[in-house]
Design a protein. Structure first.
Length: 123
């Protein structure tokens, strides 16, 4: 992560458009996370805690986060970027190395996978 920020410091002036700078940084951070945490949710989701203590967040949020974490890539990243609402579809597609049409397909698949996973968990 520190290497990404050092590279950012050296290169951020080269990219004139603020939106493209955000895309560059988010892409680098995503690559770092994928390299360290697996691409298909192999590790368990990190424990969610309240800022003011060690209690878990409401159980629904915890359950959703665990199911979201298990989504395959690039579906997990596509859906995460979509819900963050920081980037437009073209920027999200660029970050993920997809066309806008492929992004739409992965978003649709991610939503279906998440919905099915939550339904299965209810039993």
């Amino acid at each position: 992560m520190a290497e990404t920020l050092v590279e950012w410091e050296a290169r951020h002036g080269d990219v004139r458009n603020a939106s493209q700078r955000d895309v560059w940084l988010a892409t680098r951070l995503r690559k770092h996370c994928l390299a360290n945490h697996g691409q298909n949710g192999e590790e368990t989701a990190p424990r969610l805690v309240r800022e003011d203590g060690d209690d878990l967040l409401e159980i629904e949020a915890f359950i959703l986060a665990r199911h979201f974490h298990k989504l395959p890539e690039p579906e997990r990243s596509a859906l995460g970027l979509f819900y963050l609402d920081f980037f437009n579809p073209e920027e999200m597609a660029e970050m993920l190395g997809l066309t806008v049409e492929e992004l739409a397909e992965h978003l649709s698949k991610a939503r279906a996978l998440l919905r099915d996973s939550l339904r299965r968990d209810r039993g």
